[in-house]
Design a protein around this ligand. Structure first.
Ligand code: AVI
Length: 320
């Protein structure tokens, strides 16, 4: 009777062990880093939702406006009866724009690492679209995804410039795997943040209200709670800047003084000013996007941008 609860507990302890290993590895070998995916515990996900509403964080608004305007064209390009597969679906807010625009949609398969998020989202979508076949897949989209059973043409959806959080090498691996999942006649709707005035980029990751700082420092809170760490949150600061040569935002937490912190029973010394990397957020221009697409096995059929050219949504088709 208590099977599902038990399996959730097993999954939680496996997640915690993965977190423990990643943090210990990341703090032991220089340059120190903790993978970005660990930023998204329940509080981190809620903080990220707040980031999306910030005046400085134009990405979500710009992309939503593009999708609203271009949804009919996406529907025409995709054709009737396709299966929509979303990578890292979260609460599937943007996917609703596509669900409503895709004619005779055969299936919607949101892929997300969080079982709770996935189940809640699927239940809500089934209520809102009773005729829609919702087939959630609980998986890390960066790893192998279990097979999705549907003979329909596949349309992938990877919005939010989440691809920007991957290094170019990781992004290429992701796209190649996605190309295989989508098949020879598949297509991918991909959102990317565009290169622009560095100040505008800087402001988007250093908001006045300090929400992005809270998002970064929440990782320390999570280590304290889940790994019995002793981080003093007041002794570390969020740091984010745009590296123009690399075309990416880099995000770190920085030690404000020399200190020793215990994590999962191990002690780590931090020098004053020492940084631990948490995120990259790569920015693209159209040439970067074309190179990224072709390296991943796709050709660009269309690129749409907003009037200020802040953000781009590409319609990519599988190359044979
Ligand atoms: C999820 N991802 C696309 C965000 C970004 O803009 O790179 C994550 C983020 N980190 C701080 N602010 C936003």
């Amino acid at each position: 009777m208590n099977g599902p609860v038990l399996s959730l507990e097993v999954a939680e302890s496996a997640d915690r062990e993965e977190f423990r290993r990643a943090v210990l590895d990341g703090l032991t070998s220089p340059p120190r880093a903790v993978p970005a995916k660990f930023l998204y515990d329940a509080r981190g996900s809620a903080l990220f939702d707040e980031i999306c509403e910030l005046p400085e964080y134009y990405l979500t608004r710009a992309e939503t406006a593009i999708l609203q305007r271009r949804a009919p064209e996406i529907g025409r390009r995709a054709g009737p009866g396709c299966a929509l597969i979303e990578f890292g679906s979260g609460s599937s807010v943007k996917s609703r724009l596509l669900i409503e625009a895709l004619p005779e949609l055969a299936l919607y398969a949101p892929i997300d690492i969080s079982r709770q998020h996935l189940d809640a989202t699927a239940a809500q979508l089934r209520r809102d679209y009773p005729a829609l076949n919702v087939a959630p897949v609980c998986a890390d989209f960066m790893g192998p995804v279990p097979p999705i059973e549907s003979p329909a043409r596949r349309l992938g959806f990877f919005p939010g410039s989440t691809i920007g959080n991957l290094t170019p090498a990781e992004a290429t691996v992701f796209l190649r795997r996605t190309r295989d999942l989508l098949g020879d006649d598949g297509a991918l709707v991909l959102g990317v943040d565009l290169k622009k005035d560095p100040q505008r980029l800087h402001d988007a990751y250093n908001d006045q209200a300090g929400v992005t700082a809270a998002f970064t420092l929440n990782l320390l809170r999570r280590m304290n709670r889940e790994l019995q760490a002793t981080f003093d949150l007041a002794a570390f600061a969020h740091e984010a800047f745009y590296d123009e040569a690399e075309g990416r935002i880099e995000i770190y937490f920085r030690s404000l003084r020399a200190q020793t912190v215990s994590v999962a029973g191990r002690r780590f010394d931090f020098a004053e000013g020492e940084r631990v990397h948490t995120e990259y957020s790569y920015k693209y221009d159209t040439a970067d996007l074309a190179a990224l697409a072709s390296g991943g096995g796709f050709r660009i059929a269309e690129i749409w941008t907003d009037p200020e050219r802040l953000f781009a949504v590409g319609f990519l088709e599988s190359m044979a």
